[in-house]
Design a protein around this ligand. Structure first.
Ligand code: GLP
Length: 256
């Protein structure tokens, strides 16, 4: 594991962009899974800025998967993760839209939709890079507490903490408009990714960061801790505020 502590949100965005850009340079046919949310999207904005510079990297041959989608929302709904990544990222770069995937939260048969999504990912072999935000309760990609390390894509009910975070006005106006569940790529799929990046910024995330880094055993109560404990190639990128409650010395956390 590598833990990178940046000064501020811009520093975190730079790290996200550096990792994705380098990965697509090394492997133009990169398969990437992306979470939505404030933290990760700043990194996508930085990638867009770099892409539009002279000599910016091309995503022509890359494939992108959304890590999750809200159950009940149509892809064109401005609150869907599909819309979010189209709006903030895909439409600004040269990836063909047919190489971007998101589960359909509005599918008549959600279980069948989840199985189909897993098959799509499997057809790519594995995910090369995954960018995940961190929930206040330690969730990643809406794998809420209780999620098993063996989980695949399925519908997950939101906890109170996640409902509160989602209804803060950024994603949904209020609790009434907030969906109660999401189709979420499972932890087993995330575990199989070649490189997992977990990002968090701000003092509000400091406790979650402490819980995923300072426990030496993964627990389903803190889903991301199962990745920090078991994933062989994981990078945690935080700003100094989110890092403020880390107890373990960084030299100990950073394994070669
Ligand atoms: C949820 C979403 C993620 C997001 C995370 C943190 O987990 N599924 O996509 O990254 O919340 O969101 P934010 O960065 O806005 O705090």
């Amino acid at each position: 594991m590598q833990v990178l502590v940046a000064d501020d949100t811009d520093g975190v965005s730079t790290q996200i962009a550096d990792i994705i850009e380098q990965a697509v340079i090394e492997k133009p046919t990169l398969t990437v899974a992306l979470a939505t949310g404030r933290t990760a999207s700043r990194g996508y904005h930085e990638l867009v800025r770099r892409h539009n510079r002279v000599g910016g990297v091309s995503y022509r041959w890359a494939t992108f998967f959304n890590t999750d989608e809200y159950v009940g929302l149509e892809p064109g709904d401005s609150s869907s993760t599909r819309y979010f990544l189209n709006y903030h990222f895909y439409r600004h770069i040269d990836v063909p839209m047919e190489n971007t995937y998101a589960p359909c939260g509005h599918a008549a048969d959600i279980d069948a939709e989840c199985k189909a999504y897993d098959l799509l990912i499997k057809a790519r072999g594995h995910l090369d890079v995954v960018v995940l935000g961190l929930g206040y309760n330690g969730h990643v990609g809406f794998n809420e507490p209780g999620s098993s390390i063996k989980s695949r894509t399925r519908a997950v009910d939101f906890t109170e903490s996640t409902l509160a975070a989602l209804s803060d006005g950024y994603r949904f106006k209020n609790l009434t408009e907030t969906p109660s569940s999401a189709v979420a790529m499972g932890l087993a799929t995330l575990m199989e990714a070649r490189h997992v990046i977990i990002v968090a910024t701000g003092i509000g995330k400091a406790d979650a960061v402490h819980r995923i880094l300072d426990c030496n055993k993964g627990t389903t109560a803190v889903p991301a801790s199962q990745l920090t404990t078991n994933h062989p190639n994981l990078t945690v990128v935080v700003d100094r505020f989110a890092a403020s409650r880390i107890q373990t010395p960084l030299q100990e956390l950073n394994t070669p």
